[in-house]
Structure formats: structure tokens, C-alpha cells
Design a protein around this ligand. Structure first.
Ligand code: NIG
Ligand code: FE
Length: 379
């Protein structure tokens, strides 16, 4: 089908600047792009007609933060946290052992299974990080396999310091041989800037080295406590700083005056019993906010953007529209993509038809499968 119209849309979210949503609409796709948006029943003639039956249509979700290249699970740690244990970065090393022992096929199958879950829940773009290899060969393998699945591949060799290394020697390896081998498969470089992982100075060194070879920067910071990592991300022009659970006033000001997106990952707070990040404070200050799953076997083993939206509305202080926007356009901005995350003419035709009259149902009916149909161009 080269061209089609979705007609009889009860509520269409395009994120157009002057008119982000419209009632009783139709949308035309030609050759994989949105080419026309207008009132229901008035679309130009096309090859095929899809009747939305009054349902709500939104852009496909852009999950800008995931760790899908791993093996095994850590359900026991989740159980322990629910019984009062705190989250610690050290659990990552358990997944590293299991990931190194897995075959390429096992890693790909696991990631494909999770991608299928994501798609069934309305996600049409996924960023995937390495970070459970932590040797040159294992990190290259992770970014190489991830690059089969998505163009949004992130080299996260600096996830934690592996057993048998001092921080200094490991950072030398990351910025040297490992970066050189991983960069050809990666678009982004990331670092876990946190107590138990990498210091601000180490993070600066790692990100600067990645930027020097042409990668874009993203940073994990502010997950377990306030951290200078947030301002480092802004200083280096990172596309995104992720977690932002703990932010100082200065962090918020810095984010608001920058192009760095604050990516909130409420699945983490749900699964670790940490305090909720304050999206309201960020939005009121003028910062750009994204929502993502952080799908990983340790801190947030959910593939569900609708769950993140429900938590954002219930506990992060976002309106339903702000949450949907953060899960679509915000994710696209966090990936510096202007072709996805919206449905204005020219956008990629990544479209979700909800089984609901309004996107408000994503939070109002938590845990209910509300994805009627996911449409994407053949890529
Ligand atoms: O984003 N925070 C660092 N990395 C992941 C957790 C990884 C793990 O616990 O396995 C995160 O939350
Ligand atoms: Fe993460």
C-alpha cells in the first residue's frame, strides 16, 4: 500500500505548534510519509482507506533509552527491593556475566522478543545501549548486534568498572581501544555518572573522547542522588540527560537554558522504590522532557511506554498531553530526530491507533492494552 488515509479519527495528535491536536480528522500517508492532515471525510483520493471508528490517533512512541542487549534476569533483586533493600549499581555485574556467556543468537532473540513487546505497546523507535559486555570484544558485539535492530545505537562501555580493573585503567580502555572498535556501529556515547559507577571527571573524559570521534553524547545522571553529571551533560551539549530523579535548582536552570533534554524513566522509580522525579518543576522552568522505559533487567524491566505515561500523569505531575508529548516528540528530541515523534506533513508515518477516544485513557485505564493498531512504513 503506497498511499492510504486514516479517516474518521475522533482525536488526532499531531503536535503541530499552533494546533497540537484536532477532533474529527483524517490523515493521509504516501510513500511512508504523512502528506496531508485535515477534517474527516475530506481527504484526497488514495489507494486504501482505514476507518479509525472515532478512535484517537497519536504518533508512535519513541523510547529513547533502553538496554536491550543482555541475557538473564534479576527478579530476585526486584523482590529484595520490594522488601526494603535499596537499588545498587553493582547488580549490573551479574548481568554482565550472563551476557558474556550468551551466544549472539540468544542476545538477538532476547532483544527481538522485547522489541516485539514494545511494538505491541505502540513503540515505533527504540534506542539500544551496550554496557553489559565491558570487554572490547563483548562491547563491540553488543553494538554490532544492536545496529541490526535500530539506527539508534549507544556505546555504554562506561556502565560500571568490571571486576579486575581499577577505574583509571578501565577508563583508559574505554576511551582507547574500546571506543575505536565500537564507534563505527554507534551513533551515541553514554556514561553512568553516579556513585558506584563513574565520577564526573571520568565521565567528562569519556564523553569528550566520544564526541571527538563524532558520536553524540547522552548521560545517565541524578538517579541515586544530586550529581554534577547533569551540568556536565549541558556543558558538553549532550542530547539528553537521563534519570534526573534528583535535581538541584541550578540543574533545572541549566537544563531549561539548554538543548539538552531531561529524560525521565519512571519505571525505575516504580521498580526501585526511589522518589519520583519532578516533571512539573522541569516543565514549569521551560526544560524539554522526554519519557522512556530504560528497559533493563536491573532497575526497570518494563517495555511499556503506556505504563511510563500512566506513572508520569499519576506521580510526576504531568498532564496527559504533556506525558504523551514527552513519550513521542520528547523522545525524538532526545535523539535529535525531527522526522519522528509527530504527525505533521513530512513526518515518518509511525502511527498508533488507540482503542480509546482520547489519549487520556493511557493513564486513566492503567495496565489495559489500548493499542488498536501500529502502522509504520516498511524500513
Ligand atoms: O539506567 N543506571 C544504570 N543503568 C541502568 C541499570 C542497569 C542495571 O541495573 O542492570 C539504568 O537504570
Ligand atoms: Fe539506563
Amino acid at each position: 500500500m503506497t498511499s492510504y488515509v486514516i479517516d474518521n479519527i475522533g482525536l488526532l495528535v499531531t503536535h503541530e505548534v499552533d494546533r497540537p491536536e484536532r477532533r474529527d480528522s483524517a490523515l493521509v500517508v504516501d510513500d511512508g510519509r504523512v502528506v496531508w492532515v485535515g477534517p474527516a471525510g475530506t481527504a484526497p483520493v488514495v489507494d486504501e482507506r482505514i476507518d479509525a471508528g472515532g478512535r484517537c490517533v497519536i504518533p508512535g512512541f519513541v523510547d529513547s533509552h533502553s538496554h536491550l542487549m543482555f541475557a538473564g534476569d534479576r527478579a530476585d533483586e526486584f523482590e529484595a527491593r520490594m522488601a526494603g533493600q535499596p537499588y545498587a549499581a553493582g547488580g549490573i555485574r551479574r548481568t554482565v556475566r550472563l551476557t558474556r556467556d550468551a551466544s549472539d543468537e540468544q542476545l538477538l532473540n532476547n532483544a527481538r522478543r522485547l522489541l516485539a513487546e514494545m511494538r505491541a505497546q505502540g513503540t515505533t523507535t527504540v534506542e539500544i545501549k551496550s554496557g553489559y559486555g565491558l570487554t572490547v570484544d563483548d562491547e563491540v558485539r553488543a553494538v554490532r548486534l544492536a545496529s541490526i535492530l535500530t539506527p539508534e545505537v549507544t556505546f555504554l562501555g562506561a556502565h560500571v568498572v568490571p571486576e579486575g580493573f581499577t577505574s583509571e585503567r578501565y577508563v583508559d580502555l574505554v576511551v582507547g581501544e574500546m571506543l575505536a572498535a565500537c564507534a563505527p556501529y554507534s551513533r551515541w556515547i553514554d556514561v553512568f555518572c553516579e556513585t558506584g559507577a563513574f565520577t564526573v571527571d571520568e565521565s567528562r573524559r569519556i564523553l569528550t573522547a566520544g564526541i571527538a570521534v563524532g558520536l553524540g553524547a547522552r548521560v545517565h545522571a541524578g538517579q541515586l542522588g544530586e550529581s554534577e553529571g547533569v551540568r556536565l551533560a549541558v556543558e558538553l551539549g549532550a542530547a539528553s540527560v537521563d534519570h534526573c530523579t534528583f535535581l538541584s535548582e541550578a540543574d533545572i536552570e541549566a537544563l531549561a537554558g539548554s538543548q539538552t533534554v531531561a529524560t525521565l524513566l519512571p519505571g525505575v522509580e516504580f521498580s526501585t522504590r526511589q522518589p519520583w522525579p519532578d516533571a512539573r518543576r522541569l516543565l514549569d522552568a521551560g526544560a524539554t522532557v522526554a519519557l522512556a522505559t530504560d528497559c533493563n533487567p536491573g532497575s526497570s524491566f518494563t517495555s511499556s511506554m503506556p505504563l511510563c505515561i500512566a506513572l508520569a500523569v499519576r506521580d510526576l505531575g504531568m498532564t496527559s498531553y504533556e506525558a504523551v508529548r514527552a513519550a513521542t516528540l520528547g523522545g525524538a528530541q532526545a535523539l535529535r530526530r525531527d522526522d519522528i515523534g509527530h504527525l505533521t506533513p513530512g513526518a515518518a508515518a509511525d502511527i498508533v491507533i488507540l482503542d480509546a477516544p482520547t489519549y487520556v485513557h493511557l493513564a486513566y485505564r492503567p495496565g489495559v492494552p489500548l493499542i488498536h493498531r501500529v502502522l509504520t512504513p516498511a524500513r
